[in-house]
Design a protein around this ligand. Structure first.
Ligand code: SF4
Length: 351
């Protein structure tokens, strides 16, 4: 019986809304931090009553902008998790941080409270592009925050967005070269997608063609010194994000906070956790297996083929398409060519 769950905590507040953002977040200059902390602590206690004092290998604070949390509130949340669960001594504790929201003192306080991994929203090294994206910081702020984390010896990741209007392969090669030079051991490279109901969605942006986007994606793989371990994630071996890797591998996780979802395993049943932890919906084995294929195929190590996966997998298709699928008795994964057509591939793989 699985007793271990990862924890995701959502902090939906931001200084202002970026022009491409469709995440669950809102611009709020003065959130009620004590009220939101109480809500989170209540949910932590709720899950502890429901699941028991289970083992917690990773905690991830995502957003929104979790680096806005006052450190006293952050310590209160971490304290509640430690009190109510069995947090692993080597637990990975990540906080997403936006440059300009985390000074040296506060970063020290977060680290003292247990943070050992910083995920920095850099997005671009070009100040004009940062302004265009609606970011609140410049490239200098971002590099300073990365270096602050690296100098402390904590693990640092950086997020980037590529494929802005007018960008081409040379732009992404320059970004990769800078990442290599700074010496970050993990980064996430996201293609800019235009979502309706965002300011970008209402502008008629002249986006790079699909071919240019694909060439940029290939250029990232060719130029970054970090191996790709998931569709959009790159890391030195041993520096992968354990939290996300666990979730992609199909491990259970508790979602806490407004807008957070989770996958709970309780009494031999998987549940989809909706609406900040208060609604549990049982999942069929089939739905759970399909989900594991969808997330697992995004990773380079792929999906472990167990009995439930066998039931939904089109094995014949997997065996006969070695150009896009690596297939062995107990594992299936996409090749580099397969990653480029992943959505189509998954559709054909699942029966
Ligand atoms: S900081 Fe992140 S979550 Fe907040 S508005 Fe910008 S993209 Fe969205």
């Amino acid at each position: 019986m699985i007793t271990s769950h990862n924890i995701y905590i959502h902090v939906p507040f931001c200084v202002s809304k970026c022009r491409y953002c469709a995440f669950f977040s809102h611009a709020c200059s003065n959130p009620d931090w004590d009220g939101y902390t109480k809500k989170i602590v209540d949910e932590i206690e709720y899950f502890s009553r429901k699941l028991g004092k289970i083992h917690i290998p990773t905690i991830f604070f995502g957003g929104g902008t979790p680096s806005l949390i006052p450190s006293k509130n952050f310590s209160e949340i971490i304290g509640a998790i430690r009190k109510n669960f069995d947090v692993a001594p080597d637990a990975e504790i990540t906080i997403e941080a936006n440059p300009g929201t985390l000074d040296n003192t506060r970063l020290t306080e977060f680290c003292t409270a247990g943070v050992n991994r910083l995920s920095v929203g850099v997005q671009s090294f070009d100040d004009t592009k940062l302004k265009f994206l609606g970011r609140i910081h410049n490239a200098h702020d971002a590099i300073a925050l990365i270096e602050n984390g690296l100098n402390r010896g904590i693990r640092v990741s950086a997020d980037f967005i590529y494929g802005l209007p007018g960008e081409d392969v040379q732009d992404i090669i320059e970004t990769c070269n800078k990442i290599n030079k700074i010496g970050i051991t993990h980064c996430s490279m996201y293609e800019l997608t235009i979502e309706p109901n965002t300011p970008f969605g209402k502008m008629n942006l002249d986006m790079p063609s699909n071919e240019t986007m694909a060439d940029m994606y290939i250029a990232i793989g060719d130029n970054l010194k970090l191996p790709r371990y998931e569709v959009s994630n790159y890391a030195l071996v041993g520096h992968e994000c354990r939290h996300n890797q666990n979730v992609w591998d199909g491990a259970p996780y508790i979602g806490i906070g407004d807008g957070a979802a989770g996958r709970i395993y309780l009494n031999n049943t998987w549940y989809e956790e909706l609406g900040a932890g208060k609604m549990f919906q049982p999942m069929t084995d089939k739905a759970r297996a399909i989900e594991r294929v969808i997330t697992g195929m995004r990773t380079m190590r792929g999906v472990h083929i167990d009995d439930t996966i066998k039931k939904i997998l089109n094995i014949e298709f997997a065996k006969t398409h070695p150009d896009v699928i690596m297939f062995s008795n107990d594992r299936i994964a996409a090749t580099n060519a397969g990653i480029l057509v992943l959505d189509d591939l998954i559709e054909k793989l699942v029966k």
